[in-house]
Design a protein around this ligand. Structure first.
Ligand SMILES: [Zn+2]
Length: 309
């Protein structure tokens, strides 16, 4: 069994306007980086559209309708100060969320050992009733909800190593004993959530904030001491990764000093837990990462490890 790569050309048609850091070139460099001989074994698949019922496991139906009603016929519209949409955004958002659900189906169906969703818009800031931080629908949460609802999984863990805290994913998980959300993120930083004292109703939220300028030693310490033991103790039946690469030292939006080898190491360590508890079932989905070179190299490092699990 190989690793699967889910993407769709529609994800390139979500146009956020001139100079926006979350732009189609990000996905282009990721896809180009993975279009090389060393990744020829990837099982490349087209992401289907998510069904509205799949989105509605995470988002309020009024909110979903509001998103589609807000899509402009021409030009751009703003959902908040930095969340911009264009005529292609609805289709892109459906494919991004659909990728996560299809990845779950492929992994649960034994067609792929694990999967990476190279999609945009990203998702982890999107709350049940609020678009924010470049995110419309919470792709990773929609995937996790699908794993529970369609495949009957009782314990699903999400690890988010994006440099920003995934406030939307935490909101989705915090009242559900069958969900674990663990995050490393720079703090203080947008969106301002993610304090270590936010633990969820069932001690199922694990926040490991890092100071600005923290690098490899601090990141690895947070994983070894806090994040990985919590996920291991939870004994997940599937592990999701919110794979944002904006903690890289070259990233312009934040001030951590991670390198691609840190993302490879984190993927490998998570893979050890996945092997122990859930036959290596991992679904990873792209979140942030705004320096093209760092993003491409980090994605390659992440995928190489997923393929080696
Ligand atoms: Zn981010």
């Amino acid at each position: 069994m190989n690793s699967a790569l889910f993407t769709h050309p529609a994800c390139l048609e979500h146009d956020t306007g001139l100079g926006h850091p979350e732009n189609a070139d990000r996905l282009k460099v990721v896809l180009a980086a993975l279009d090389t001989e060393e990744f020829y074994l990837l099982d490349r698949r087209e992401a289907p559209r998510a069904e509205i019922d799949q989105l509605a496991r995470v988002h309020k139906r009024d909110y979903i309708a509001h998103i589609f009603e807000s899509i402009p016929v021409h030009g751009h519209a703003g959902l908040d100060a930095d969340t911009v949409i264009s005529p292609g955004s609805g289709e892109a958002a459906l494919r991004a969320a659909g990728a996560a659900c299809a990845a779950v189906d492929a992994v649960m169906g034994g067609e792929a050992r694990n999967a990476f969703c190279a999609v945009r818009p990203p998702g982890h800031h999107a709350e049940s009733n609020q678009a924010m931080g470049f995110c419309l629908f919470n792709n990773v949460a929609i995937g996790a909800a699908h794993a529970r609802a369609a495949h009957g999984l009782q314990r699903v863990a999400i690890f988010d190593f994006d440099v920003h805290h995934g406030n939307g994913t935490q909101e989705f998980c915090e009242h559900e004993a069958g969900l674990l959300y663990a995050s490393t993120h720079q703090s203080p930083l947008y969106p301002g959530t993610g304090d270590a004292r936010e633990r969820g109703d069932h001690n199922n939220i694990v926040n490991a904030p890092l100071w600005a300028m923290a690098g490899s030693p601090e990141f690895r310490h947070a994983l070894t001491k806090t994040v990985l033991p919590a996920i291991d103790a939870f004994a997940p039946e599937m592990i999701f990764i919110s794979a944002g690469f904006d903690g890289h030292s070259r990233d312009p939006l934040a001030a951590l000093h991670l390198t691609e080898s840190d993302y490879a190491w984190a993927t490998r360590k998570l893979g050890e837990i996945a092997r122990k508890h859930c036959a290596s079932r991992i679904v990873s989905t792209l979140e942030g990462g705004y320096n093209y070179v760092a993003l491409a190299n980090s994605c390659k490092a992440h995928l190489k490890e997923l393929m080696a699990l």
